[in-house]
Design a protein around this ligand. Structure first.
Ligand SMILES: [Fe+2]
Length: 388
């Protein structure tokens, strides 16, 4: 018996099914308390070691808009944003993530967040208005997976810059799209996130049902956050959206002209998962930033869940380009509520990099073909260390 029962194989090669509660053999208990009504991922607070270098990367190169700055922190937003910021760069000793922050629908949802996470036995702190500039009072928790989550409702409004074409650059970043988190036990993480009110849109599994990654949303896009299987808790990336593919190509061209091509880690390319066009960059501290465009609407209650086979070599890149090893292995530390790095726990389930590249270094196959089906010249492309 495999987990594929109940799934429909589509003409494009992935499977669909209707969402069901994720089964975990080590679940986070489901609280009796009603979860807060989360609207969307709203901002990330990043600790950076060189504020000037980070400012140069995020403002001068990527063109995020400066809302406010002081000697300790820089508050940036994307073009369409009307709340104070989508990214806080805060100066610190250790590069890490201080908060994954979500906006909730109403002030009462902060009380709901306190009740929900208190029942889970998590450390929960109310933070007074002004703790983060531009943000009203908030609730910060270390969630059951070890991530610093924040919930807020009230926020200072600023001008939406969509009509200010005079300020736009060819690679304009228009929205914060999603977070991506690394965690050892993906089904445990997804089950907890379902209890928090998130809906699953896509995942990557093998035939035995091992889950390697999953994508979850509140707003009606493919995701507000994703869980990537690996040593965690760590932050895999934070992602901003552009309007079009050509905006992403313009960012690549600009980085080339600035002789900063080293900042490009992976892509540009087309994802299988999410169908989005993508690019992965690394900031001066190594924090990974994705640029992304053109995923799809997911807001109907019966939106089909898409499952990709882990051996489908088009799941991560629709054109079949290999994923660089650093993308699988490297991620940012996350902080507890005192600002100390959270300990990292090793994944014990199979790693996606290991099962897709194989012990021999090149047994990268499609799910329905043997290794020999791939041309010899293509096999080497997937061998670690084989890229020139
Ligand atoms: Fe992403």
């Amino acid at each position: 018996m495999t987990r594929r029962e109940g799934m429909t194989l589509t003409s494009a090669g992935y499977y669909t099914s209707q969402e069901a509660p994720i089964v975990s053999d080590n679940p986070v208990p489901r609280p009796r308390a009603t979860p807060p009504d989360v609207l969307r991922c709203a901002y990330m607070e990043l600790v950076v070691t060189d504020l000037a270098a980070s400012r140069q990367f995020y403002v001068d190169v990527l063109g995020l808009h400066l809302t406010e700055e002081d000697d300790e922190a820089i508050y940036l937003r994307s073009t369409e944003e009307f709340i104070h910021h989508n990214l806080v760069l805060r100066k610190g000793q250790v590069a890490a993530v201080a908060a994954f922050s979500y906006r909730v629908r109403a002030p009462e949802d902060l009380d709901a967040a306190v009740a929900f996470f208190t029942e889970l036995g998590c450390r929960v702190e109310r933070r007074a208005e002004g703790f983060v500039k531009g943000i009203g009072d908030s609730v910060r928790v270390v969630d059951p997976l070890g991530f610093p989550y924040e919930f807020f409702h009230r926020a200072e409004h600023v001008e939406r810059l969509s009509w200010r074409y005079d300020l736009h650059i060819p690679g304009e970043l228009v929205r914060l799209d999603h977070f991506n988190q690394v965690t050892p036990d993906v089904p445990r993480a997804v089950s907890y996130m379902q209890n928090l009110g998130f809906r699953v849109t896509e995942d990557i599994q093998d035939e035995e049902g091992t889950v390697y990654a999953a994508w979850m949303r509140r707003k009606p896009t493919v995701h507000d956050t994703a869980m990537t299987g690996g040593d965690g808790p760590r932050m895999h990336h934070v992602c901003f959206a552009t309007h079009e593919k050509h905006n992403i190509l313009a960012i690549c061209d600009k980085l080339g002209s600035l002789r900063r091509s080293d900042a490009i880690e992976r892509g540009p390319g087309r994802h299988g998962v999410s169908n989005a066009f993508y690019l992965y960059l690394r900031d001066p501290d190594g924090h990974r930033v994705e640029i992304y465009t053109q995923d799809y609407y997911t807001g109907d209650p019966d939106n089909p869940v898409i499952t990709w086979d882990v051996h489908d070599n088009q799941r991560r890149d629709w054109w079949g380009n290999p994923v660089v090893p650093s993308w699988y292995t490297e991620a940012s530390l996350v902080l507890d509520l005192d600002g100390n790095p959270q300990p990292v726990v090793a994944r014990t389930d199979a790693s996606e990099m290991a099962v897709t590249i194989g012990a021999d270094g090149f047994s990268y196959t499609r799910a329905d073909q043997s290794g020999e089906a791939m041309p010899e010249w293509k096999q080497g492309e997937y061998k670690l260390g084989n890229q020139l």
